[in-house]
Write a protein that binds this ligand. Structure first.
Ligand code: ADP
Length: 248
């Protein structure tokens, strides 16, 4: 499969910090991948994700998506990507359908298309009957699902998900993972960060383990565990980073 994301020598140090959040990070993602960026808290995953989506700028290095530069050509990239941020990006005082209308407008989608897609996705995640409730009144799991629906609204070619299942019940988590597998099988490229390694093992065909802003190793989960004589990604992670990953 052709490369869809090229990350070349990314460096980023936040003001006031001595340690870089990203340290000459280079990585390629192939079209159709379900790619997991895995690492402990503070590893640099969100920083990398934000730079890839054009939400933050690197100090040096570059990212291209479908051959387009994420700094100078972000307007073209916006139509190709969906973003599901870790912190919920919803208007609490608007209902689910109103939220989706606002985000549809931001994406430049036709109103009819927004309505059709909203109905389809709200039904998929069991939220259709709650569509007129304020987002503020949703449970944690319902908010996470709506946050995901916003990212899926414009049927993106590439979907970025930053810890999409954090803090939710088992049923909602299952519904989200199964839907992500389905759209990945249908051709959507997924870039997913998590510290749930068993979830990553199930969802991702390729992973990169990140620590201190650097790639420790990357490849297929089964090859990586075999190569490092580990029984699971979690064991590999603990071995390579010496950091407990499920401490959040
Ligand atoms: P992760 O998503 O893997 O938890 P982050 O990308 O959030 O990691 O953070 C990487 C490093 O950058 C951490 O040391 C974190 O404290 C620091 N950092 C992240 N965001 C900021 C910020 N806005 N200002 C200062 N430091 C930050």
């Amino acid at each position: 499969m052709p490369t869809i994301i090229e990350i070349d020598g990314l460096c980023k140090t936040y003001k006031g910090n001595r340690q870089p959040a990203l340290d000459h990070l280079t990585l390629n993602v192939d079209e159709g991948d379900s790619f997991g960026l895995l690492g402990p808290n503070g590893a640099g995953k969100t920083t990398l994700m934000n730079i890839m989506c054009g939400l933050s700028k690197a100090d040096s290095g570059s990212v291209s998506i479908c051959g387009l530069d994420t700094v100078s050509e972000i307007d073209k990239i916006k139509h190709l990507i969906g973003v599901v941020p870790q912190s919920l990006a919803l208007y609490p005082m608007l209902s689910a359908v109103e939220n989706l209308r606002v985000f549809g407008g931001i994406y430049g989608m036709e109103r009819r298309k927004v309505a059709e897609r909203s109905e389809e996705l709200l039904n998929t995640f069991g939220l259709w009957e709650h569509r007129n409730k304020l987002a503020d009144k949703y449970s944690g799991g319902m908010k996470r699902s709506l946050n995901l629906i916003v990212g899926l609204l414009n049927s993106p070619k590439i979907l970025f998900l930053d810890e999409p299942t954090v803090g939710i019940d088992v049923q909602t988590r299952r519904a989200i993972i199964d839907y992500l597998k389905l759209i990945n099988n249908q051709g959507t490229t997924l870039i997913y960060t998590s510290h749930y390694l068993s979830e990553a093992e199930e969802l991702c065909n390729n992973v990169a383990l990140i620590d201190k802003g650097r790639i420790i190793c990357n490849g297929k989960p089964a090859s990586l565990t075999l190569q490092h004589s580990c029984g699971s990604l979690e064991e590999l992670f603990l071995k390579t980073t010496e950091t407990a990953i499920n401490n959040a």
